[in-house]
Design a protein around this ligand. Structure first.
Ligand SMILES: *Cc1c(COP(=O)(O)O)cnc(C)c1O
Length: 367
């Protein structure tokens, strides 16, 4: 079976380094918010190209805390896309704000700047562009609208560690950026983790306080907070994996190039734009017979995924709520047609060719 992602293969690829890092944390006896977390925060912030990194418990928490640290909360509207992980929208609500969902650009799968412009109201305080599948959102028009209307920009970078837009890494464009280290992400822990990246010292400081009960010093809550700490084991593991991130992303790009070369010519592939560098968190194609194609591949022991089958505005928990439109045509079309093919750094070129040939065999049949 070729799975769509394989976090164990990544552990196995770096087993000796990861085991040593874990053993070292276990022996030192500091298990939460210690030297490993501090070192990882500095290393990852430098990698992204910002001044501050604050480790938290998940990508969802990173988004919610970044919003709150930017002063976004109750009574505020936050605009984002419906074609994303529900986590993006859940985080807006976790921060106490109201999500307003808009459509995507058909070819990029990311926030449509014109739809953003139409959705802005006097209550709009922030926008969350999502760099989906490993490809940067089109930030230039989004940043320009944000400047014009005084909106805070929080980038959702959960699927795009290392991706580059116009010469800079994603996560360095907005007021703050949220990263997830869920095991299958391009930089994945062996458990949960997240991080807020920002150039704004005030935002970084507020996230740092809020992740531990608002404590400025121990037992003294300067502001209101909660518990969203990053533990030392995950930080130590992430430090090991960060050293391999560029090589791993390069490997993903090489595999994506094989797909691009071998998949049937009429199939819609991920867009590659000249202004950005994709890190292929997922390799997403489109097919009008998507479900039949997935079944055809499953019968050949090839796993696939659908990211995402139900856009957030049609989810039972959200449909019909204020700020949630009844229809978003491009998001709905994507939800019907997208299919994620296996891609991860440890996959070998022969397996990618096998998957591509299996897609060919489907396209060559009566479908
Ligand atoms: C994974 C993901 C998140 C949430 O991250 P968690 O660490 O699972 O909370 C948010 N946004 C997007 C686009 C994601 O893919």
């Amino acid at each position: 079976m070729i799975p769509v992602a394989d976090p164990h293969a990544q552990y196995a690829a770096h087993r000796a380094e990861i085991d040593a890092a874990i053993a070292s944390v276990l022996e030192r006896g500091r298990y939460v918010l210690g030297d490993e977390t501090r070192a990882f925060e500095a290393e990852f912030a430098a990698y992204v190209g910002v001044a501050h990194g604050v480790g938290v418990a998940s990508g969802t928490d990173a988004l919610a805390l970044a919003l709150r640290a930017c002063g976004v909360g109750h009574g505020d509207e936050v605009i984002t896309v419906a074609h994303t992980a529900v986590a993006t929208v859940a985080a807006i609500e976790q921060a106490g704000a109201s999500p307003v969902l808009v459509d995507i650009l058909a070819d990029r799968y990311t926030l449509d700047p014109q739809a953003l412009a139409r959705a802005i109201t006097p209550r709009t305080r922030a926008v969350i562009p999502v760099h989906l599948y490993g490809a940067p959102a089109d930030m230039e028009p989004i940043l320009s609208l944000a400047r014009q209307y005084g909106l805070r920009v929080i980038e959702d970078c959960a699927q795009a560690h290392g991706a580059i837009y116009r010469g800079r890494r994603v996560g360095s464009f907005g007021d703050a950026a949220a990263f997830s280290f869920y095991p299958t992400k391009n930089l994945g822990a062996l458990g949960d983790g997240g991080l807020v990246a920002t150039d704004d010292a005030g935002v970084a400081e507020r996230v740092r306080l809020m992740r531990e009960y608002g404590w400025g010093e121990r037992y003294v809550s300067t502001i209101r907070g909660g518990n969203s700490r990053l533990d030392e084991l995950q930080a130590a593991i992430l430090r090991v994996k960060l050293r391999h991130l560029d090589a791993d992303n390069g490997r993903r790009r090489a595999l994506a190039a094989i797909y691009a070369d071998r998949l049937p010519g009429n199939l819609i592939r991920p867009v590659t734009t000249t202004d950005s560098e994709h890190v292929h968190h997922l390799y997403v194609i489109r097919h009008s017979e998507r479900d039949h194609l997935a079944a055809h591949l499953r019968a050949r022991d090839i796993g696939t995924g659908i990211h995402y089958p139900v856009p957030v505005h049609l989810q039972p928990a959200y449909r019909g709520q204020p700020g949630i439109p009844a229809a978003l045509p491009e998001s709905e079309r994507a939800a019907r047609e997208v299919l994620s093919l296996p891609i991860y750094p440890e996959l070998d070129a022969g397996q990618v060719r096998l998957v591509a040939d299996a897609v060919h065999a489907f396209s060559g049949s009566e479908h």
